[in-house]
Design a protein around this ligand. Structure first.
Ligand SMILES: C[S@@+](CC[C@H](N)C(=O)[O-])C[C@H]1O[C@@H](n2cnc3c(N)ncnc32)[C@H](O)[C@@H]1O
Length: 294
């Protein structure tokens, strides 16, 4: 995706930031979580609220397609993106299309994709990214897909979308705050995908990556907000506010560090894109890894 042609107009930091959050509340808040995330709060946020409401609309509509759900999720209002030290107005669908294009390109570029039968998404939601990967080529549509999520409503939606396209999907209700991925007995070799799916964990550590590897994942592609990369941005106003926003919302911090440690311990080959981009105060980086052959 050509980012530059998707940027509508440059806007002031004040407009972009105040449209992305309650700016004065964030600035004057103590540097601690506004409320702590818990299993109950995540089920309320996603299963009852976000995906639960979408499931009701989906069941009552005649156009049961991915695009219908994506339009609901995107909303109607333009969003604001921080890109190369400036702020821009973008279409509501900008981030979704951007992440999809990165994930699809990265999956196709994996050197061992031919030998991987299973593609697993952790925190799949209704499958916007996973189904788009599956539909992006004939070869990818023949793979087997596994969706893991804490929300039953999300899994019902993704099941329906994959069924309609006749693509092989297994779903599993899974809470990564409480359960170990190793308990799932996933097929080996598998590819792990996440997109804004890791930052609801209590913490993300090297052990999580070791568990990914012992679960049969031979590679991973992630688009995640990483406070440990955000803090290196040159624009200190944006990086400080973004990190405060992550703390305020009790999102998992330092997601890139365990990948870097795993690379230093020669467990994985690692690539982290230098481009840190996203709407509002939660930008993400693309992280790709593959298990190092011994
Ligand atoms: C921001 S959404 C992203 C959905 C999808 N990856 C995408 O990009 O469209 C985060 C997803 O993570 C799921 N999730 C949140 N906490 C979780 C947990 N503890 N275990 C498993 N999934 C979780 C939510 O239900 C939701 O579907």
């Amino acid at each position: 995706m050509d980012i530059s042609s998707s940027l509508k107009e440059e806007v002031t930091p004040s407009l972009a930031l105040s449209k992305s959050c309650d700016l004065s509340k964030l600035i004057f808040a103590d540097t601690k979580p506004h409320f702590k995330k818990s299993n109950q709060s995540l089920i309320r946020e996603f299963d009852n609220d976000k995906w639960g409401k979408m499931l009701k609309l989906f069941k009552n509509c005649s156009n049961r397609k991915l695009e219908y759900l994506e339009k609901i999720e995107d909303g109607e209002e333009d969003k604001f993106v921080f890109y190369k030290n400036k702020y821009y107005r973008v279409d509501p669908s900008f981030l979704r299309k951007y992440i999809k294009s990165l994930l699809i390109k990265s999956v196709k570029r994996l050197s061992n994709i031919e030998s991987i039968d299973h593609i697993v998404e952790l925190g799949s939601g209704y499958g916007s990214k996973l189904l788009s990967i599956a539909l992006s080529s004939r070869k990818l549509s023949k793979k087997k897909y596994i969706a893991l999520d804490i929300s039953n409503s999300a899994l019902e939606l993704i099941n329906s979308l994959f069924n309609e396209k006749n693509i092989n999907l297994q779903t599993k209700l899974f809470n990564y705050r409480d359960e170990l991925i190793t308990s799932l007995k996933l097929p080996n070799p598998s590819l792990l995908i996440t997109s804004y799916g890791l930052h609801y964990k209590k913490e993300f550590t090297l052990l999580d990556i070791k568990n990914f590897i012992s679960s049969g994942f031979v590679a991973g592609i992630h688009f995640e907000p990483c406070s440990d990369l955000i803090e290196n941005l040159n624009n200190k106003l944006y990086s400080s506010l973004s990190i405060k926003y992550m703390i305020y919302n009790d999102y998992t911090l330092n997601i890139s560090s365990p990948f870097i440690k795993a690379h230093e311990e020669r467990l994985i080959n690692l690539k982290i894109s230098s481009q840190c981009l996203g709407v509002g105060l939660l930008p993400g980086n693309l992280i790709t890894w593959s298990v190092k052959k011994r």
